[in-house]
Design a protein around this ligand. Structure first.
Ligand SMILES: Nc1nc2c(c(=O)[nH]1)N[C@H]1C(S)=C(S)[C@@H](COP(=O)(O)O)O[C@H]1N2
Ligand SMILES: [Mo]
Length: 325
């Protein structure tokens, strides 16, 4: 998903980085480059995670790691654990995908530091009994907090194993009280070009947005993380609130969420709308279906130089296979 022949933000001609005042529509812009239509964006996408093998974390990123807050540590839910060792925290926190900041995974932790995460409001709308806005701190007081160890498999064929702190998406849904017309849950991330330089890249349809079917959303694995490794989320991991759906490719696990919207019809999603031939709506981890440009049969565990087989539904078959029969 990073760019093979990647025009980095700072390499793009100035006119391609749209200043607020003379903003042209993304469609118009892509059209002007002749990039609309047929597999158009191939030139601006794609990476097969080989970088993961070479990756060496920086010596120190302490400034970006929050101290444990008063709620920590959250109760460990032993149902979700891992036979393999956890990924080193510094590795997970310095090798990130967060296109709002940059497409360079090893630079996200520095750039994300400028995001203002306090205060942070979450809106709940669409097919619900009553639309509302709630402050993240007030929301947290109402949610059953716990810690779960999950595997994370990026579509780019790298993976990690980390302990998330947070609450089930189901508990947020119960709080939101969707109507019987709600078939999907759409989530949208923040949109603040002044704090997120990657959002100046007009060819991406920011703000980032994702969606699940209601059956997926109420599945017990669907989790909203507010923390990782026993403290609040660092900004590079999607503070203060991000989704974690570990049986799906990583791009479904949207970070920096500000909005939950229940819908009757299937909403679009960021990567599927951007490049539908390469990134689906459902995007379940499946080693037998290669990405058009690389195999999905194996993955690189970041931080340790190890390539391991990829498992169906990322090993979570027992939890979710019934959803797709
Ligand atoms: N808002 C937003 N969420 C996002 C992304 C992004 O670019 N923006 N990248 C996704 C991808 S591709 C992956 S693999 C995971 C990475 O999460 P991590 O950096 O915390 O490991 O976040 C996902 N969520
Ligand atoms: Mo990813």
């Amino acid at each position: 998903m990073t760019l093979i022949k990647s025009p980095k933000i700072w390499e793009m001609p100035g006119r391609l980085i749209t200043p607020e005042k003379d903003y042209i529509s993304r469609r118009q812009f892509l059209k002007s480059l002749g990039l609309l239509g047929i597999g158009s964006m191939t030139l601006m996408s794609g990476c097969s995670g080989e970088k993961a093998a070479e990756f060496r974390p920086p010596a120190k990123i302490n400034d970006t790691i929050p101290a444990p807050g008063e709620n920590y540590p959250f109760r460990k839910n032993e149902k979700y654990t891992s036979a393999r060792a956890l990924t080193d925290e510094i590795v997970a926190a310095s090798y990130n995908n967060y296109y709002e900041f940059t497409t360079e995974k090893d630079q996200v932790w520095q750039l994300a530091a400028q995001l203002q995460t306090e205060p942070w409001k979450i809106s709940i709308s669409g097919e619900v009994e009553k639309a509302l806005t709630v402050d993240i701190d007030d929301l947290l007081k109402k949610m059953p907090l716990e810690e779960r160890i999950y595997r994370h498999r990026c579509v780019e064929a790298w993976s990690m194993i980390v302990p998330w702190s947070g609450f089930s998406l189901k508990s947020l849904i119960d709080f939101a009280r969707p109507t019987h017309k709600a078939n999907y849950l759409k989530m949208t991330a923040f949109f603040r070009r002044d704090e997120a330089p990657g959002q100046k890249a007009v060819w991406y349809p920011f703000p980032y947005y994702e969606a699940l079917t209601m059956a997926e959303a109420i599945n017990e694995l669907s989790f909203l993380a507010t923390g990782i490794y026993g403290h609040n989320l660092p900004k590079q991991h999607g503070a203060p609130l991000r989704l974690v759906v570990p049986w799906k490719y990583g791009f479904k696990s949207i970070k920096g969420i500000v909005k939950f919207e229940f819908t009757e019809r299937r909403p679009g999603t960021f990567w599927n709308d951007f490049q539908s031939e390469e990134y689906g709506f459902t995007a379940n981890v499946n080693p037998t279906v290669p990405h058009p440009r690389w195999s999905q049969a194996t993955e690189r565990l970041i931080g340790v130089n190890e390539r391991i087989p990829t498992r169906m539904y990322n090993g979570y078959e027992a939890f979710v296979a019934h959803l797709y029969r």
